[in-house]
Design a protein around this ligand. Structure first.
Ligand code: 1HE
Length: 270
């Protein structure tokens, strides 16, 4: 009898560019194309879709990182050049696949924490901005060089990045192709933490462990509710908030009781 679970099968696919490893209820996804600086080709995007459209049921958080010195050098420009056509409708397929992959990440079932080192460039920044917590190592740098390559963002960057840093700053960032270092990225909201080089993955795993102790429905509500409510009007937002809140709370009584029992046990006031 074949006892290999679906998760194990997915984890053992050696030809994949997105390696999957399990650590209890955490999953670590490694973009494994260091020779091409983890640039995103069609295969890698399809592998993101395959994982995030049906994450393993036991997953409570995901840590995403890239092998080598760079998180991700953006779109695989060589593949784009080799496969480009004059058919503008066919050309939109690439963007649509990226939209699907990144929407599945941002509006998925579980929180995703990214570890950023070296280049977080073009589509690499679009990918990072779809993740919920971004841990930058000191080596990380952020850039949108699309204008210099004669193209535009095409992986939802114009939708996501202005929500992090403002439209005006993104316009200037694209016009000048300037590079922001890790500390500036932290100030602007491109990163949530800056840590020493080589420590990002451990830091992200600790953060993921902490996030995984939240109620899964609360995490689901946070990642799906907050960005949508923030995009809506006041009245619609309040209505959505009550609807989302009403789907949480299944284990609230037990969690709240154990919170206060824990305080009493430590001699803290209730
Ligand atoms: C690539 C890519 C790529 C590297 N597509 N192959 N992105 C960019 O414009 C960024 C372009 N890349 C770079 O600026 C640099 O490669 C890095 C700063 C990221 C790294 O520099 P370095 O010196 O470590 O590596 P390298 O020598 O430049 O590149 C090593 C190899 O990776 C080399 O291949 P090789 O076969 O000659 O060894 C490079 O060709 C390859 N490589 N980056 C393909 N991006 C949906 S719209 C999104 C639009 C965008 O993302 S625009 C931004 C694209």
């Amino acid at each position: 009898m074949d006892t290999e679970t679906e998760t194990e099968k997915r984890m053992s696919q050696s030809s994949s560019l997105l390696k999957i490893a399990q650590d209890g209820d955490l999953f670590v996804l490694t973009m494994d194309r260091p020779d091409k600086r983890n640039s995103l080709n069609n295969q890698l995007i399809e592998e993101f879709i395959a994982f995030f459209e049906r994450p393993p049921t036991e997953a409570r958080a995901v840590v995403l990182h890239g092998r080598g010195d760079h998180f991700c050098a953006g779109l695989d420009l060589m593949e784009m050049l080799a496969t480009r056509t004059n058919n503008t409708i066919l050309e939109q397929r690439r963007s649509k696949a990226w939209y699907r992959a990144f929407d599945l990440i941002q509006f998925g079932e579980i929180p995703v924490i990214s570890v950023l080192q070296g280049a977080v460039v073009g589509g690499g920044l679009e990918l990072a901005s779809a993740t919920h917590a971004r841990v930058a190592e000191r080596s990380a740098f952020f850039q949108l060089p699309e204008g210099q390559r004669g193209i535009f963002v095409g992986g939802s960057g114009s939708v996501r990045i202005p929500r992090l840093i403002g439209a005006g700053r993104m316009v200037e960032m694209m016009l000048s192709a300037r590079t922001y270092d890790a500390d500036t990225g932290l100030q602007l909201g491109l990163a949530h933490y800056v840590v020493d080089n080589g420590t990002g993955l451990d830091f992200a795993m600790d953060l993921a462990r902490k996030i995984a102790t939240n109620a899964p429905t609360s995490n689901y509500a946070v990642i799906n509710g907050i960005p949508r409510i923030a995009d809506s009007g006041h009245a619609e937002g309040l209505f959505a908030e009550t609807m989302v809140a009403s789907m949480t709370g299944a284990d609230a009584a037990q969690r709240i009781t154990s919170f206060f029992e824990g305080r009493k046990a430590k001699g803290q006031p209730a």
